[in-house]
Design a binder for this molecule. Structure first.
Ligand code: ADP
Ligand code: MG
Ligand code: MG
Length: 892
């Protein structure tokens, strides 16, 4: 018989932390905490396999489930000493979802289940507290009504608000038992009206209704969107946890809270959390009441005068602090925990590896390695390479003037600037049009996820460091300022006000998620540095790394940035970018419109000294590191003059008339330039171009060499399909090398190699390697030519391909390891056979994509090359690839 239900509680459990796939994250960790002897209210987990079975079988349950749930419930009743549905001594439970990967706020939880008109009286009597019992009942009707019966929550809120108004009551805590009874009557009417039947009084019906709702919510729109954004397959399913209730709302010796075992924003090794006295469940994150800090330090740092738990409940706090240490030692990672205090007794309700900013992740990994909790390899594995992107973003220029209009909490670091929008839909719409926007909300909810994703930054006027906005923004790497309480947002008029200042939709603001500051207008930013824990961890990563990491750079600025980030050479210097320079574009155009070799040589002679200087500068910056220079690649028409004025200018420079320039431009037009006269084909037609470039490279090498630096330039021929093309052009380069050697009297070492970016070149690699001393995989073009998909036109149909499941990822972002990857491995293998010491690198966009970097390690490439800002990402990804030869298991 299949086992669908796993029990936990009373110091033991049938499950374990490793069983996340089966029990979901929440269930597996509740089991683990029970096994650790922590105070976990007893319960049971209905497995994710039931969810899968449910959807495979037309939303039915496996036959054995009923009995197994009944048995699980019986066990809980035994431990608690109360009976589900019993009039005198009722057991209450929560029904909680919990998928494999944590999906914050995505799935719905129902608390206080098992209450009805009869059991509520039993609860009141046993607790000796009517108010508490009716407060719990009304919470239950509200949650169950909303989550299971699909009655919109505003109906309930209206009833509560109008009752408060009528009685002149401000806070929920001001309501007495009688008030709650009146509210409950109102709630029940709402349900009767919406559903045409009364609120279910049968506790079994309640339980199965809630279980069905949790499984049902796996396919709600919010969950589907979240899964799409986070690459979570629908097939994983969610588990359902049924757990005995403990009550944080039984009086002033009760509380509920959430905490991180270390600061999730900075990584500091300090307990960090919030709690509310006399409250239940999600009151803390919902932003209804202002939460209080756990520690005195936290309270002081945030300038709050509400007592910290350390002060108000010192004994319980000590227990909680001990749990914190125990959990960290056990999980060897920072934990995000939920707890409830019922009449001074602590209960643990959840633990999971906490989400954190990248800065915090680095600090925690480095600290934990130093504390001996993990080793350095593990620290390196812990950091998601892509997340480093967060630290490689600009921060506000400290010298820049700023007009601070409000201050909130530094919920997720980084500076962001953009136009104010007040709704998630608007954020999405404007960002699709290329606008940077700041999504401004009173608070956010799971319905806003798409807008949060689209926004450059998020600003809320309500909610703490653990509010929905803060948690989700940190996860997404969006900068976020939360709880900027001085700001008033009026959605109706589309205006945000603060002390007489009006900010309308469309106005530009800047937010700094590291300080919590909100500023008017655009504030300039500065470039990031690689220092502190970041530098330490990168140093560790370098020790484990096999592949070298180079950069794609042609400007001195890019080259310097890349070196600062640890680049070990240039893997791709695109010389055409040097041609676009405004100062030389006229000479370049003159070269293109020239109709004779002599004309072209005259124009090239003007470009040569500038080109030589480019290389001198690059060689100096790279100080002896390898530099791969790709000779001119793009189709000539990309350089053509467009406007009349430009044509006129070129005509004058070339000593010809505008008519001829126009004619030549027409002549150069191509139907399909991507597959046209470009790359080495230009070199074949006009060898003098490559000749000039080779000469500039060698002369620069000689010049820099005289100053004492050895430069071994690697000259790369683009778009080669046959060995013959390479041979012809290599002969030109060798000849020029000989000439420069002759004239300078200096011995010149250099390599000549080729891009592998056409399928034919990959297939004929054995032969090409007879002439090529290195290969560099140009995976952008190789992807384009392998699929026959134009990268410039793909955007219009790629989304359809991804929706239809044909492409899991955009193949221009993440290497298609199956097809394009097969060509890469074939070429690598055949190239090595001919020339065992051949250098192999990759220089497409993929060089900075972690998943592609793992592939490069597997194929045994010598290096990856990527844009300067991705160098640290590639260094880390290469280290992780070397450590495990496959994807990291970092996201637990
Ligand atoms: P989420 O995944 O959205 O955090 P949870 O299942 O963790 O949902 O529950 C929501 C809230 O209810 C949390 O604050 C949790 O601590 C609280 N809660 C869940 N089950 C219980 C229980 N048995 N007793 C008391 N509080 C509970
Ligand atoms: Mg939770
Ligand atoms: Mg190319």
């Amino acid at each position: 018989m299949s086992k669908w239900v796993y029990s936990f509680g009373d110091g033991k459990a049938e499950g374990r932390a490793e069983m996340k796939n089966l029990l979901g994250g929440k269930g597996a960790n509740l089991a683990e905490m029970s096994n650790l002897g922590l105070p976990v209210p007893p319960g049971f987990t209905i497995t994710t396999e039931v969810c899968t079975w449910f959807y495979d079988n037309g939303r039915q349950y496996p036959a054995e489930l009923k009995d197994q749930v009944a048995a699980g419930l019986k066990a809980v009743e035994g431990i608690i000493g109360a009976t589900f549905g019993d009039a005198g001594n009722p057991l209450l439970v929560s029904v909680r979802s919990g998928a494999r990967a944590s999906m914050p706020g995505m799935m719905d939880t129902v608390l206080n289940l098992g209450l009805n008109d009869v059991t509520v009286r039993g609860l009141a009597k046993r607790a000796g507290d009517e108010r508490f019992a009716y407060d719990s009942y009304r919470r239950f009707i509200q949650m169950y009504g909303n989550v299971v019966l699909d009655v919109d929550h505003h109906h309930f809120e209206e009833i509560l608000d109008s009752h408060k108004r009528d009685r002149g009551l401000n806070y929920d805590t001001d309501l007495e038992a009688g008030d709650w009874q009146t509210v409950i009557e109102g709630y029940k009417e709402v349900v009767q009206e919406a559903l045409g039947r009364p609120f279910p009084q049968d506790v079994q019906e309640q339980l199965w209704g809630a279980i069905g709702a949790v499984f049902g919510s796996w396919m709600n729109q919010r969950a589907i969107t979240y899964r799409k954004l986070h690459d979570i397959p629908a097939s994983w399913g969610t588990a359902v946890n049924v757990q005995a209730m403990v009550f944080g709302n039984m009086g002033d010796d009760c509380a509920t809270g959430v905490a991180f075992t270390r600061n999730p924003s900075t990584g500091e090794n300090a307990f960090y959390g919030e709690y509310l006295i006399n409250a239940q469940g999600e009151d803390v994150v919902a932003g209804i009441r202002t939460p209080q800090h756990l520690t005195v330090a936290g309270r002081q740092a945030n300038g709050s005068d509400l007592p910290a738990m350390e002060e108000s409940m010192p004994e319980v706090f000590q227990q909680l602090d001990a749990v914190r240490l125990k959990l960290e030692r056990h999980y060897r990672d920072m934990q995000d925990i939920e707890f409830t205090v019922q009449q001074k007794k602590l209960y643990m309700l959840q633990t999971r590896n906490g989400k954190r900013t990248t800065a915090a992740a680095l600090k925690i990994a480095v600290d934990m390695a130093r504390e001996g909790l993990i080793d350095e390899a593990e620290a390196v594995r812990r950091i998601e390479p892509k997340s480093l992107d967060q630290l490689l973003h600009p921060t506000l220029d400290p010298k820049a003037e700023r007009k601070i209009i409000a201050k909130g909490l530094p919920a997720s670091p980084g500076a962001a600037c953009g136009k104010v929008v007040f709704s998630a839909d608007e954020a999405e719409r404007q960002s699709q049009m290329g606008e940077a926007v700041i999504l401004c909300r009173v608070e956010t909810s799971p319905e806003d996820i798409h807008g949060m994703h689209a926004a450059a930054g998020i600003l809320t006027t309500r909610g703490g460091m653990t509010s929905h906005a803060a948690v989700v923004a940190r996860g997404m790497g969006r900068s976020c300022v939360s709880g900027a309480g001085e700001l008033r947002i009026d959605y109706k008029t589309g205006v945000m006000t603060v002390r007489g200042e009006k900010i309308a939709a469309g106005d530009v603001i800047t937010i700094d998620g590291s300080t919590g500051e909100v500023m008017l207008g655009h504030v300039p930013t500065i470039q990031p540095e690689l220092s502190g824990d970041f530098a330490t961890l990168m140093g560790w990563a370098d020790r484990f790394r096999r592949m070298k990491v180079r950069t794609n750079a042609e400007t001195p600025l890019d080259a310097r940035t890349a070196v600062k980030f640890g680049a070990e050479g240039i893997g791709l210097c695109r010389t055409e970018h040097m041609f676009f320079d405004t100062e030389r574009i006229i000479a370049v155009r003159e070269m293109i419109v020239a109709e004779t070799e002599a004309g072209r040589r005259a124009a090239l002679a003007k470009i040569a000294p500038m080109q030589r200087q480019d290389f001198v500068e690059l060689f100096r910056i790279m100080a002896g590191l390898p530099v791969t220079i790709r000779l001119l690649d793009p189709p000539l028409h990309e350089f053509l003059p467009n406007s009349e004025a430009e044509m006129d200018e070129v005509a004058k420079a070339a000593g010809t008339d505008i008519q001829r320039v126009r004619h030549r431009a027409l002549q150069l037009h191509e139907a399909n330039p991507m597959l046209g006269h470009r790359g080495c084909r230009l070199g074949i037609s006009y060898p003098e171009i490559y000749e000039m470039q080779a000469r500039a490279i060698f002369e620069a090498a000689v010049e820099v060499g005289k100053a004492g630096q050895t430069v071994i330039p690697e000259i790369m021929i683009p778009l080669v399909g046959t060995k013959k093309e390479l041979d012809i052009l290599k002969a030109v380069i060798d000849r020029v090398a000989g000439e420069v050697k002759q004239s300078s009297g200096v011995q010149i070492d250099y390599l000549v190699g080729t891009m592998i970016e056409l399928p034919r070149a990959a297939l004929r690699a054995a032969e090409i390697a007879q002439s090529a001393e290195f290969f560099s995989f140009g995976t952008n073009d190789l992807t384009q030519t392998t699929f026959g998909i134009s990268r410039d036109d793909a955007a219009s149909f790629l989304p359809d391909y991804q929706r239809a499941g044909i492409f899991e990822h955009d193949p221009f972002v993440t290497l298609d390891t199956e097809g394009v990857g097969e060509l890469v491995s074939i070429a690598a293998e055949r190239g090595r056979k001919t020339r065992p010491e051949i250098k192999l690198g990759i220089c497409g966009e993929h060089g900075g994509d972690p998943a592609s970097v793992y592939f490069c390690e597997k194929v045994g490439l010598s290096y990856v090359s990527c844009s300067p800002y991705r160098v640290p990402i590639a260094r880390l990804a290469a280290a992780q690839a070397a450590l495990m030869g496959e994807k990291p298991a970092s996201e637990a």
